[in-house]
Write a protein that binds this ligand. Structure first.
Ligand code: ATP
Ligand code: FE2
Length: 330
């Protein structure tokens, strides 16, 4: 079976093609870079509308396939920005109907974990999924991917990006903050772990306030990273200790950050756990992860009815039964 997956929960449009043996046959994507400010949901949806048809052709060409060779159309059902999700769902329905092929909608966060496992060979990891829109600590337990910790307000990537915008560093802030942090020293910033959950908005406000006080930007960047990443590593460590798993996986766009990689690797080593990071093309949003999860889900449940292909803006990771997962321990 060959599945074409369409991703577009935020500002990146992605199309991927995967077969039922888990071979990734093609990956095509196009990111929207807003000229000013952050991501506008309408602009994101217009970006998807413009690029989805072109990326479908590009992916088919890369995979050396024709549209009629596609057996299944999969799309990201959520979580994400409403207008962006609806454009992706509409495009996916149109494609499936025009090809007379089945359609299936899947959870974006689970797709990140599944493609990460496929790419790295991880079997049953505690995953830290960190991006512009999400910050979750995810692990499989009792038939579902459970959220062991998550942000209560903004995602870590959003925190870094908003800091970049407010301090005129540019967008996206993540890589710029990482670069500046190399020359910084530590200043005190609020560390906010509440139970197993995280909060980044107070840290963001405090960091902007330090900037307004003319504290060296390098010091703020360094301290922002050290504080935020320590919070993420602490909760991941506690999830690892609780679940007694022996693998840790880092995914999402913020996985590009070398300091976060280093901190998580040290923690994993201290727990004798294997540490995995998928290749960057599979860390960020991509269509292959949606195609892969489409196949895994279709194999068990078959296709969605067309009337069930609605989008779910706040689609939670732990809402989905995942009977296809087999851990090494069961
Ligand atoms: P999602 O829909 O999963 O929330 P996204 O639209 O945010 O994804 P991604 O490519 O997964 O897209 O992640 C982008 C985020 O990653 C941005 O917030 C960006 O600042 C951050 N990022 C990219 N490179 C780095 C880096 N080197 N250090 C820290 N953050 C980074
Ligand atoms: Fe994502």
């Amino acid at each position: 079976m060959i599945c074409l997956g369409i991703e577009g929960t935020a500002e990146k449009t992605g199309v991927g093609i995967v077969d039922s043996d888990g071979n990734i046959l093609a990956l095509a994507g196009k990111q929207l870079f807003p000229k000013i400010g952050g991501i506008h949901p309408r602009e994101a949806s217009e970006h998807h509308a413009k690029w989805i048809p072109k990326l479908i052709i590009e992916a088919c060409t890369k995979a050396n396939l024709e549209l009629k060779d596609i057996d299944l159309v999969s799309f990201s059902k959520g979580p994400g920005l409403g207008p962006a999700l609806r454009t992706v769902a509409t495009a996916s329905r149109t494609l499936a109907l025009s090809l007379n092929k089945p359609i299936i909608g899947v959870n974006h966060c689970i797709a990140h974990v599944e493609i990460g496992k496929l790419d790295t060979g991880a079997i049953d990891p505690v995953s830290l999924y960190v991006s512009g829109g999400n910050s979750q600590i995810i692990a499989y337990e009792y038939g579902r991917y459970r959220i062991f910790g998550e942000t209560l307000d903004i995602a870590i990537g959003n925190c870094l990006d908003q800091f970049g915008r407010e301090t005129n560093l540019g967008h996206p802030g993540g890589p710029i903050v990482e670069e500046l942090a190399k020359d910084g020293k530590y200043i005190d910033l609020p560390y906010s772990v509440k139970g197993m959950d995280l909060s980044f908005s107070g840290l963001l406000t405090a960091s902007i306030r330090e900037y307004q006080k003319n504290i060296a930007i390098e010091d703020i960047c360094y301290s922002l990273q050290e504080t935020a990443f320590s919070m993420l590593v602490e909760v991941t460590e506690r999830a690892l200790a609780h679940t007694k798993k022996d693998e840790v996986m880092l995914c999402g766009g913020v996985a590009a950050n070398k300091r976060l990689r280093e901190m998580l690797a040290i923690m994993a080593e201290e727990h004798y756990a294997e540490f995995h990071i998928p290749k960057m093309e599979y860390c960020g949003d991509n269509g292959a992860m949606i195609a892969l999860l489409g196949i895994l889900t279709y194999n068990i449940y078959g296709p969605d009815k067309l009337e069930d292909t609605n989008v779910i803006q706040r689609f939670r990771t732990d809402e989905v039964d995942v009977p296809w997962v087999h851990t090494s321990k069961n």
